[in-house]
Design a protein around this ligand. Sequence first.
Ligand code: KG4
Length: 341
Amino acid sequence: SAPRVVLGIESSCDETGVALSRVHPGGEIELLSDVVASSMEEHARFGGVVPEIASRAHLEALVPTVRRALDEAGIERPDAVAATIGPGLAGALLVGVAGAKGYAAAWGVPFYAINHLVGHVAVAQFDGGALPPAVALLVSGGHTQLLHVPSLADPLRELGSTVDDAAGEAYDKVARLLGLGYPGGPVVDKAARGGNSAAIAFPRGMTGPRDAPFDFSFSGLKTSVARYLERAEAAGETVALADVAASFQEAVADVLTSKAVRACADTGAERLLIGGGVAANSRLRELAAERCEAAGIELRIPRPRLCTDNGAMVVAVAGSMIAAGRMPSTLGAATDPGLHV
Ligand code: KG4
């Protein structure tokens, strides 16, 4: 008979996430538990994630986190095991996948190999119900992509992506130019409060008639902010920090939301999902809500707990595959640090 309860392991970066879900006969997927152990604090003194430390932390956290997730769900043995196989840090992925295969072999249950990016999309079903057909805008420090989501059980289709910097990367770089610290998103967001977003006409990258409609470019915007600050300094003018931050933020939110809404119209999707760290941006959320309402599109931005890495992402995809009757992977399925959608 088809598996019902699936345990999922996420270990692509610095969070060891383990979750369990139950696939109901109608196809609804219920989240039974979702436990995350983070090694973030161990990396803080190095100013970024140290892959070797992350791998070792996963090794230490994996078994106790699986134990806790099973206990919280009240499950002794799931019917299937799933794990993120990529994209992510090679060593970190290996720990989670080797562990998952070990559990699958020991319990004699099937193994499902999961794409981390699909997980970021599929997890939205735990906050607001069914998702597809939808368009997903993934905006983080490493990714800026528009995806068409016809189903959560099948591969997603990339409509476009950034040709240079990711949106979060642009925030981090502009924060550095403004002397605001790291990570840049939250500090620029805060600095923009009360600023005039129309004060400076920063460029909207990739919006010309000949540009790919769903690709993005943010490096010109970053350069334009740098030139603006240099010019002001050379002229001895004081810079209105709030105006620069608000105008920069407006340029990013304008391009992201206009392209996302157009992608919904082009694909006939009635929902727009926004995921990744930049989904926390206040102006992006505001403008997306405004433009989605005007276009008759339902906007879905999952609560922050579901936007960061966790095991719920893994069981969201695995559950969808099980509900759709998709075949499991073999235990030979390899990790793929550079995996695409
Ligand atoms: O998805 P995420 O947590 O992780 C990785 O990409 O690894 O995204 C982090 C990114 C950072 O670049 C951060 O500056 C950005 O999300 N970010 C924001 C905000 N909060 C976080 N960007 C704009 N506005 C925010 N409020």
